[in-house]
Design a protein around this ligand. Structure first.
Ligand code: 1HE
Length: 258
C-alpha cells in the first residue's frame, strides 16, 4: 500500500484510512484508488470497521481531472470498472465503513462517500456533482448509489446545474446521517465505527450486505430473503450468548436518545 497517498492507522478495532494528497485536494488518481483498495483489503483482514477521511481542507475533489483528460473511451470504461470494483469491495465487504466528511465532497469523492455505510459530515462540508460542467458523467457508481440515497430528481438537478449542497441540506437529502461542528467529523466517525465494531460480526455482515440487496428487491422477495438472513444470524453461538447476557441483566439496555 502506498503509505504516502493513503495512510493506515488502527484505533479501537477501527482501521482509519486517510487520503493524503491535500495539495491536490485529495483528487482520486489511479494511485490513490490503488492505495484505497489496498487499505480496504487490509482492513477487512485485521479490523472490525473502517473510517475513510481526508487530510487538508477537503475530503476529496473527486476524479483526478489531469489524468482523465488523456483517456481513450475504452480506457475510460476500464477506469470506471476499476472504481466499481474497489467501491463494491468497500460497500459489500465484511465490515462496516464510515465516511468522515469535511470541505469538498465532490464528484468521485461523493461516490466514494456513498459507498460507505454511514456518512458523518462536519459543518464545512459541501456536496457537488460538477460532471456536467466538466463534460463528463459519474463513473464511480454514483448513478446507482448517490441516486438511491438522494433520489434521481435531486441528483439530476445537481448534475445539470452544478449546484453545491451544504451539510444540513445534505443531511435532509440523505447524503449524510450526522452533521457535527467543524473539525469533529473524524472523531465522531471513529466513535461510531468503534461502537459498530462491538456488534456481532455476523450481524454487521448481514446489515451491510443484506439490506441494500433487499432494498433492490420486490416486497415478496425481500420478506422471503429476510427470513433466511434473520434465521442464519440468530442461530450463531454469539447471538445466543448475547441474548442470554441481556436476559441475565449483564448487557446494557437500549439508551434514550441524547
Ligand atoms: C485537482 C482537482 C481534481 C483540485 N483533479 N486536480 N472534480 C471537480 O470538478 C472539482 C475540481 N476542484 C475544485 O472545484 C476545487 O479544487 C475545490 C473546490 C475542490 C477546492 O478549491 P481550492 O481553492 O481549495 O483548491 P484549488 O486551488 O482549486 O486546487 C488546488 C490544486 O488542486 C490545484 O492544482 P495546482 O497544481 O494548480 O496547485 C488544482 O488543479 C488541483 N485540483 N481538484 C486534479 N479534481 C469516476 S467519475 C468521477 C467524476 C468526477 O469526479 S467529476 C468531479 C471532478
Amino acid at each position: 500500500m502506498d503509505q504516502a497517498l493513503v495512510t493506515y492507522e488502527t484505533e479501537q478495532d477501527v482501521a482509519v484510512l486517510t487520503m493524503n494528497r491535500p495539495e491536490k485536494r485529495n483528487a482520486l488518481s489511479d494511485r490513490v484508488i490503488d492505495a484505497l483498495d489496498a487499505g480496504i483489503l487490509r482492513a477487512q483482514q485485521d479490523a472490525r470497521a473502517i473510517v475513510i477521511c481526508g487530510n487538508g481542507d477537503h475530503f476529496s475533489a473527486g476524479l483526478d481531472l489531469a489524468e482523465h483528460a488523456v483517456r481513450s473511451p475504452i480506457e475510460g470504461v476500464h477506469h470506471s470498472r476499476r472504481w466499481h470494483g474497489v467501491f463494491d469491495r468497500l460497500e459489500q465487504g465484511a465490515i462496516p465503513a464510515f465516511a468522515a466528511l469535511h470541505g469538498a465532497v465532490v464528484g468521485g469523492g461523493l461516490e466514494l462517500a456513498a459507498a460507505c455505510h454511514v456518512r458523518v459530515a462536519d459543518e464545512t462540508t459541501f456536496f457537488a456533482l460538477p460532471e456536467g460542467t466538466r463534460g463528463i458523467f459519474v463513473g464511480g457508481g454514483g448513478s446507482v448509489r448517490a441516486g438511491r440515497l438522494m433520489g434521481v430528481a435531486r441528483m439530476t438537478d445537481m448534475m445539470l446545474t452544478g449546484r453545491s449542497v451544504d451539510a444540513r441540506q445534505g443531511e435532509a437529502w440523505n447524503l449524510c446521517q450526522y452533521v457535527v461542528p467543524a473539525g469533529e467529523a473524524r472523531a465522531k466517525a471513529v466513535a461510531l465505527a468503534a461502537k459498530a465494531a462491538q456488534n456481532a460480526p455476523m450481524s454487521n455482515y448481514a446489515i451491510i450486505n443484506a439490506l441494500p440487496r433487499i432494498n433492490d428487491m420486490g416486497r415478496s422477495d425481500g420478506f422471503f430473503v429476510e427470513s433466511f438472513v434473520s434465521a442464519m444470524t440468530a442461530s450463531s453461538p454469539e447471538a445466543e450468548a448475547r441474548l442470554r447476557a441481556f436476559l441475565d441483566k449483564r448487557a446494557a439496555k437500549v439508551a434514550r436518545p441524547e
